[in-house]
Design a protein around this ligand. Structure first.
Ligand code: NAG
Ligand code: NAG
Ligand code: NAG
Length: 448
């Protein structure tokens, strides 16, 4: 099977990136680093989507081609499902969903789609909604029993809210800003600027449905006119022509500046419902930045904690776990490989790209590795918790008596154990770890 045509297609796949995807043929003898089907006891990552390569269920001399139908686009997006690392084992539920697989509700000047426990059964603690509003387009005044946290993905948006002491809140937000409305607090959202806005909404219950919110117009529709009139101390005729049906998302008029829009009864709320996440001082890792926002620096956000990660070239979010909540991750940019270790010998690897959602159940060990050669990785880690908490494997190893670590991992290879000990010697948490970072005991190249 080792003929010149196959060599040619292997050479093509190494040189071309933007061309049509190449149907991969396994050539075990090709040892080049980018060749996915060589013998690889280390299970290196392969960006088959970025490289335009068709992954095959072939690994270290086992497996074979796909003869029947297969969804080639999805296969390329999920190389670690088609060709899992040899370290994967056992059964884990699905822990990945793409918003691209969610139904879109189309409304006047906007749309919305959701990822809840119904789309992704592991999404028990949190539900997510991706929403778009054109300039002036309003998400109707409403409330709901879940608390709402949000991250602005693009554009500009105005938010309004009322607190329980009658204080009122209005703010204009841009990309990277957050808001949080506690359970039951009434609020509205409106697109601003040239292109309006798009954002990610997070609700602290996976069972949330965007169709089950309390809407202003719907309430009026289902209240006797005489009662509405009495409530507002007006004759009932006043309410004859008001719009009754729910509006949900609809084109409104373009708002003026916040100062000009404040009603005479406006009483400024004592609470801060918004936060500039990207202005939060970052935790610097050797290979990127993490910005953490929870109730410590955004006090109103009692039920949602989050991290915003920028993962640089050749870097990864280090091996870690979260003791206090499931992780609900949302990928903003780039492509990633994540292996989730579930105890009882079980582990499964998933791939994620922009617009995808991942779940890592509480306490399960994992990492986030940048798969792409040309796109930085930008990720949100979101938790139903008041505080962001994680444990770093690296730090744990460094702060455990050396002998204990050696006895566990290097009982039969003390020489390698010495090198390991030097690297973790002054271990601190390195949230995002560069593979090029210097460590006292090793040359940088020894990391690769
Ligand atoms: C609005 O969208 C257009 C078309 O995509 C783009 O060229 C422009 O830069 C956007 N404006 C802003 C303010 O983002
Ligand atoms: C979600 O809500 C539905 C409808 O109210 C209910 O039947 C179901 O048991 C709930 N599921 C969970 C996981 O709470
Ligand atoms: C992602 O990782 C790859 C492989 O380690 C690296 O070559 C690339 O520069 C990274 N991309 C970016 C821009 O983060």
């Amino acid at each position: 099977m080792y003929n010149s045509n196959l060599l040619l297609s292997a050479a093509l796949l190494l040189s071309s990136c933007s061309a049509a995807p190449v149907d991969q043929q396994p050539l075990e003898k090709d040892t080049s680093a980018h060749y996915p089907y060589r013998y690889d006891p280390y299970d290196r990552k392969h960006d088959t989507y970025g490289d335009g390569v068709q992954p095959l269920p072939v690994r270290n001399g086992h497996g074979t081609s796909v003869l029947g139908p297969t969804n080639k686009d999805r296969d390329r997006q999920n190389p670690d499902l088609v060709r899992p690392p040899s370290t994967d084992h056992g059964i884990l539920p699905n822990l990945r969903w793409s918003f691209s697989d969610s139904h879109i509700r189309i409304e006047e000047g906007g749309w919305t789609r959701q990822t809840t426990v119904r789309e992704l059964p592991a999404s028990v603690e949190i539900a997510g909604v991706n929403m778009r509003l054109e300039p002036g387009v309003i998400r109707e005044l409403h409330w709901h029993k879940e608390a709402e946290w949000a991250y602005v993905l693009k554009g500009e948006v105005r938010v309004t809210a009322l607190d329980t002491e009658g204080g009122s809140f209005i703010d204009d937000l841009k990309e990277g800003d957050l808001w949080y409305f506690p359970s039951g607090h009434p609020h509205s959202l409106q697109g601003l600027g040239e292109n309006g806005t798009e954002f990610l909404l997070i609700f602290d219950d996976g069972n949330f449905s965007e169709d089950s919110t309390f809407l202003l117009n719907e309430w009026i529709e289902h209240t006797p006119k005489a009662v509405v009139a009495e409530n507002f101390r007006l004759p009932p005729e006043i309410f004859e022509n008001i719009h009754e049906k729910d509006k949900y998302i609809f084109q409104g008029s373009i708002p003026d500046s916040i100062d000009k829009e404040k009603p005479p009864a406006f009483k400024k709320s004592k609470h801060q419902y918004t936060h500039r996440m990207l202005d939060t001082p970052p935790v610097e890792g050797s290979g990127g930045k993490a910005r953490i926002v929870d109730s410590k620096n955004f006090p109103i956000s009692k039920t949602i904690a989050a991290g915003h990660l920028d993962i640089e070239p050749g870097a990864m979010r280090e091996m870690h776990w979260h003791p206090n909540a499931d992780e609900w991750s949302y990928f903003i940019k780039g492509r990633a490989r994540v292996t989730i270790f579930a105890a009882e010998g079980n582990a499964r690897t998933f791939d994620y790209m922009a617009g995808d959602v991942g779940i890592v159940p509480r306490n399960m060990g994992h990492f986030i590795e940048n798969l792409s050669d040309d796109e930085p990785l930008e990720v949100l880690e979101i938790f139903r918790a008041d505080e962001f908490q994680d444990f770093s494997l690296f730090q744990w190893m460094g702060e455990t008596p050396r002998r204990l670590v050696q006895d566990h991992l290097f009982q039969h290879d003390p020489k390698s154990g010495e090198k390991f000990a030097k690297v973790v010697e002054k271990a601190d948490k390195d949230v995002i770890k560069s593979q090029y970072a210097k460590s006292p005991g090793l040359e940088a190249k020894e990391y690769l």
